[in-house]
Structures are given as structure tokens and as C-alpha cells.
Design a protein around this ligand. Structure first.
Ligand code: 6PG
Length: 241
């Protein structure tokens, strides 16, 4: 399967490239719809992009923060101050550093009695913002795990076949096992999808995806996300090999 890949020398230039690609999209979304909605991903890779967004004057100052709405593509079922929380990572690197209004930050809740209840509450939050059609994020950031998962859609997960729900509670073979994730119903609507992939550890999964036949559905969840505008894969040199 062919990937639309951009190879950058390192994580800093990869993160800058994603930001450069994002700014015209922010402008267009604000002009057309008055707001810009981005789904952030967790893991380690996007942290550099978040901190460059907050710390680089040029990026920080040209962002219309009152028009920017932050959502998440997945979350671990842990308290918001837990070191494993995806929200916490974005709060520390980005949210607490920029003048974004609190009501523009839409984390996945993790403080309800079960992950299922959290998933339902997030679906309601998305409905309020996007209306009744499945959400189309202006930008959705995604990553890939060594075994091909993206967001918290792991190989073999029933959530991969979801046709109705926008958000699912899942149990995964990773730490922590209880998670909340956007489903393909939403991820296949994204207006722009950027995979951020860095480090030598990602080489094997990238070549496994590239070796698959495009005619069959991929066995790797990350390669099953096919919105109208195909994903762009931002790779650092170490991941690209
Ligand atoms: C999560 C993520 C997940 C992540 C990949 C890659 O909550 O774990 O959203 O899908 O993007 O596991 O993670 P790294 O960037 O740490 O390699």
C-alpha cells in the first residue's frame, strides 16, 4: 500500500512541517466556518509539535486562539492529572502555555463511573459542537503503535467495525488497558489527517503496511483510516529508514 509520506530529518523539523501544513487549514476553517477543530493524539510523538506551537512566537501569535477548539482522538481511562493522561500531556505542553479560552478545550472525560459512560458523554459533547452528522475535524493528528494501532483502535478490536457510534470504550492489550477512542465513523470523515511517526522503532510497521496489497483492507488499524482526503504521513528519517 502506498503512503503519502513526507520525510523530515528529525522530530523538530517533522513537528514544524505539521504546523506549517496546519496554519493554512486554520485560516480556511476560520474564514469558512468561524472555527477550527483539531483532534489531538496522545503518545509521545506529538508533544514536540504542541510545545513548538506554544513556544514559537511566530506560531503562537498567528493562532486565533479564540477560534481554535481542541478535541482528542483517544484517551486513557485514568485521572486527568495521571502521567499517562493524553489530556495532561497536551495541557502541560500547549494548553497551559497559550491564551486559549477554557471552553474551547474539549478533553475526553475520564471521571465518570465507567469508560462506557465517558464515551457516551464525549459523543454528546461532539454532538453539541458539530451537530448530528458525524464530526469532520479540520485536522486530526494520529500516531501509530508498533503493532499498527492508531488512536486506541488496536488490531482485531470490535471498534474497528463500528458503523454507528462516534466514540467507543475499549479494552486494549497495552497499558493502561481501559481507553476511550474515536471510532472509524469519525476518523473516516476528517478533512485533513496527519500521522506523526518518529523513531527507528516504527520502521518495521511502516514497511509491513507498505508491503500490503492496496486492494485488501489492511490488517493494521492505522492503514484502515481512509477519509476523502487520504492521510499524510509525516516521518522522521529514523522511522523512514
Ligand atoms: C495513545 C495514542 C496512540 C499513539 C500511538 C503512538 O493514547 O497511546 O493516541 O494511538 O498515537 O501509540 O504513540 P507514540 O507517539 O508514543 O509512538
Amino acid at each position: 500500500m502506498k503512503l503519502d509520506a513526507r520525510v523530515l530529518p528529525d522530530l523538530v523539523s517533522l513537528s514544524r512541517a505539521v504546523l506549517e501544513e496546519t496554519f493554512p487549514i486554520i485560516q480556511e476553517a476560520v474564514t469558512k466556518r468561524g472555527k477550527f477543530a483539531i483532534a489531538l493524539s496522545g503518545g509521545h510523538t506529538p508533544g514536540k509539535m504542541y510545545s513548538l506551537w506554544a513556544q514559537t512566537e511566530q506560531y503562537r501569535n498567528k493562532t486565533p486562539w479564540d477560534r481554535v477548539h481542541l478535541f482528542w482522538s483517544d484517551e486513557r481511562f485514568v485521572p486527568a492529572d495521571d502521567p499517562r493522561s493524553n489530556y495532561r500531556m497536551a495541557r502541560e505542553t500547549l494548553i497551559s502555555q497559550v491564551p486559549i479560552p477554557a471552553e474551547n478545550v474539549h478533553p475526553m472525560p475520564t471521571n465518570l463511573s465507567s469508560p462506557e459512560e465517558c464515551a457516551r458523554a464525549y459523543e454528546t459533547e461532539l454532538l453539541k459542537f458539530f451537530g448530528s452528522e458525524p464530526p469532520a475535524f479540520d485536522v486530526q493528528l494520529l500516531g501509530i503503535g508498533d503493532e499498527g494501532h492508531t488512536a486506541s483502535l488496536f488490531p482485531g478490536s470490535p471498534a474497528l467495525g463500528e458503523k454507528v457510534r462516534w466514540v467507543a470504550a475499549v479494552r486494549v492489550a497495552a497499558e493502561p488497558p481501559q481507553r476511550i477512542t474515536l471510532t472509524p465513523v469519525v476518523l473516516n470523515q476528517g478533512r485533513n489527517t496527519f500521522f506523526l511517526v518518529a523513531g527507528e522503532g516504527k520502521r518495521a510497521i511502516l514497511s509491513a503496511i507498505r508491503d500490503e496489497l492496496a486492494s485488501k483492507p489492511s490488517q493494521y488499524p492505522a492503514a484502515r483510516i481512509h477519509p476523502a482526503r487520504e492521510p499524510v504521513w509525516f516521518l522522521d528519517q529514523a522511522a523512514a529508514g
